[in-house]
Design a protein around this ligand. Structure first.
Ligand code: NDP
Length: 338
């Protein structure tokens, strides 16, 4: 079959493309310009015409994907802005929401062969602030960030602007699906990953342009960019980008995944955990020690996710923090960035 991957040049998407090609699928990727596709063409040239790239300049336009969806068997929608630099929340919300509804509308209209659409959402649309350590599951929705952005507009926190964009986009996907379900040839699956870290395959020319999540990992773990308190108090969860890519393939082929939002997470972390893993693997490399008062034994991680649905429906297993750290650092060394 042929799979449409939107935003095919992104950090996560390139790994999705790689996994699909490796599994024998053909891929049609969308990019915003011809130029953004050159690196993809280069790294996947051994696959020949199994990889096709099309330019979709503005994903928010009605009908943007009308041509792109023709003749594909499924869609993996990953294109969405991921950064914390927006002033007006609409800078993120408009492409997140309209990009999603636009691809779904095109799939409804012209995607006669489409059997499944997978939307890459985020744990950003699940999590809400909590004073106590908490375990979230797929029943949880991040109403908080939406309210923050509604009431504070440009003065809302940068993380809230991004999280609101992801929550609104996912809600729009489910709303479109519920409304049109009876006449669709396809079903919807949504994947909700937390922080995504691990090696990069996309076009990156220096450690400074690694992207939001992999760049944060590099700066925090290898350059010691965070203060000692943040290292042991900011808690979240993580998944290796290669496992998330595999989840995209599993979400495509597992019938049982139908109509589910699925949290895919390898486990919780505080940043000091990554520093400790890296220093253990590379004891003589001068990796900044961070906060050595931290012990993970009996530590109540602030943010946890129930991942039983991913295990049950996808059979997803996860790489370890050691594998992710080693493979990332070996790549950085090979590139001459570290
Ligand atoms: P990247 O920035 O590497 O990729 C984003 C992709 O979306 C690129 O192809 C980019 O195109 C495209 N895109 C961004 N803004 C627009 C826009 N306005 N119009 C059209 N295309 C756009 O980020 P990631 O790979 O990390 O993220 C991909 C997806 O995964 C996003 O939906 C993000 O929300 C989600 N996610 C990421 C997590 C992470 O930790 N990385 C965690 C959870 C979810 P271009 O290169 O042309 O800008």
């Amino acid at each position: 079959g042929k799979i449409l991957v939107t935003g095919a040049n992104g950090y996560i998407a390139v790994w999705v493309v790689q996994n699909l090609l490796e599994q024998g699928f053909s891929v049609r990727g969308t990019v915003r310009s011809e130029e953004k596709g050159t690196h993809l063409k280069e790294i996947f040239k051994s696959y020949g015409d199994k990889l096709e790239l099309v330019v979709v300049e503005d994903i928010t336009k009605d009908g943007a994907f009308d041509e792109a969806v023709k003749g594909v068997d499924a869609i993996e929608h990953t294109a969405s802005p991921f950064h914390f630099n927006a002033v007006d929340p609409q800078e993120l919300i408009v492409p997140a929401v309209h990009g999603t509804t636009s691809v779904l509308a095109s799939a409804a209209k012209y995607g006669q062969d489409v059997k499944r659409v997978i939307v890459l959402s985020s744990c950003a649309s699940v999590i809400e602030p909590s004073a106590q350590p908490r375990t979230f599951d797929e029943n949880n929705w991040n109403e908080w960030s939406i309210k923050e952005v509604e009431t504070k507009g440009k003065d809302a926190g940068n993380a809230e602007k991004y999280r609101a964009s992801k929550t609104l986009a996912e809600k729009a996907a489910w709303a479109f699906y519920e409304k049109n379900k009876a006449s669709l040839s396809w079903d919807l699956v949504v994947l909700n990953p937390p922080f995504v870290f691990g090696p990069v395959l996309h076009a990156v020319d220096s450690s400074a342009s690694l992207g939001t999540s992999a760049g944060d990992w590099y700066k925090t773990v290898l350059e010691g960019s965070k203060d000692e308190k943040t290292l042991v108090t900011f808690g979240s969860a993580w998944i290796d980008v290669r496992d998330l890519a595999r989840a995209h393939v599993l979400a495509l082929i597992k019938q049982e995944a139908s109509e589910n939002r699925i949290i895919v997470s390898a486990g919780p972390f505080v940043w000091q955990d990554w520093i400790n893993v890296a220093r253990k693997l590379y004891p003589d490399a001068g990796i900044p020690a961070g906060n050595q008062s931290f012990s993970s034994t009996n530590f109540a991680y602030p943010v946890n996710y129930d991942t039983s649905r991913a295990t049950r429906l996808l059979g997803l297993t996860y790489r370890t923090q050691e594998e992710l750290t080693r493979d990332s650092i070996e790549l950085f060394k090979q590139k001459g960035w570290w």
